[in-house]
Ligand binder design. Structure first.
Ligand SMILES: [Zn+2]
Length: 285
């Protein structure tokens, strides 16, 4: 644990030094997050300054609650990349960050650094929250690898719940990622099996492009996370699903799926059928 923290600390410090050499950095410190904004405009800086201590506190509580731990966040570093920046001048870890050129943020676990594009106007706050969820999950679980679909699902849900400040969203308000709400045709794709979703990108994506698989992991992962959260209201064994996955040491999609069947007493096809129904608007039985 200490070694990991040291590696993060050194990577963060080195990156800031290298960024300072090639760009104008604005540092904003709020609670446990240090933002370094690269060549940011006045309005981009103002958007980050609007992030409140209260919001960051609720975010840390939400992640600790999901993992069922009592944890206080340690310092986190988030790099905000201004719209005007010339990406090619930046260090490779940012310049080559997957999806950045397509306007999406990401969390880099090996460095303990989040990268967020600032040019997204009103979406900046949501993107920051989303990446911090990944960072806090990584920090509080000491680097545990959660299945991609469920982690993306939890991040997308938290992002929307915290920024909209909704307590109990109705099923019709299940918050979705950039793509907006699933329409009926897409939700018919709720026929995607749970096994396939849990196995999706288990080792993370190496692609620099936002692929169909990434899209599926985000959108269907949000539905799968919502489905399991809903089931978890009546079944303590699967409540706060990411925390249960870590506590039970479940490291692969297959292991999680087998555990899920035993915890719910449902077969693979019964679970899939209920999930598909849930995606079409029916609550789980
Ligand atoms: Zn994400």
């Amino acid at each position: 644990m200490r070694i990991r923290q040291c590696v993060h600390f050194i990577s963060q410090a080195l990156l800031v030094v290298r960024l300072r050499r090639v760009a104008r950095l604005t540092r904003i410190h709020c609670e446990y997050v240090e933002f370094f904004l690269v060549d940011a405009s006045t309005s981009e800086i103002a958007a980050v300054e609007r992030i409140s201590v209260d919001l960051l506190g609720r975010l840390a509580n939400a992640v600790a609650g999901q993992l069922e731990v009592d944890a206080i966040p340690k310092r986190m570093v988030l790099i905000g990349v201004g719209k005007a920046v010339e990406l090619n001048r930046l260090p490779a870890v940012i310049r080559d960050a997957p999806y950045l050129r397509q306007g999406s943020g990401l969390w880099i676990p090996r460095c303990g650094i989040g990268v967020v594009p600032l040019g997204n106007g009103s979406r900046v706050q949501r993107t920051i929250i989303h990446e911090l969820v990944h960072g806090l999950l990584d920090q509080f679980s000491d680097g545990f690898k959660f299945p991609r679909a469920l982690e993306e699902g939890f991040a997308s849900t938290s992002e929307a719940l915290l920024t909209y400040n909704m307590r109990k969203p109705k099923q019709s308000q299940i918050p979705l990622c950039d793509s907006g709400p699933l329409n009926q045709t897409e939700s018919a794709k709720g026929n995607v099996s749970i096994d396939r979703l849990l196995g999706l990108l288990e080792n993370g994506s190496n692609s620099k492009e936002y692929t169909d698989e990434d899209y599926e992991a985000s959108v269907m992962g949000t539905w799968l996370h919502a489905f399991l959260t809903r089931m978890g209201r009546d079944n303590r064994k699967i409540r706060n699903i990411l925390g249960k996955i870590q506590r039970n040491g479940l490291r692969s999609g297959r292991e999680i799926h087998i555990w899920l069947m035993s915890a719910t007493g449902l077969t693979e096809s019964e679970l899939d059928a209920q999930f598909a129904e849930f995606c079409r608007g029916k609550p789980p039985r």
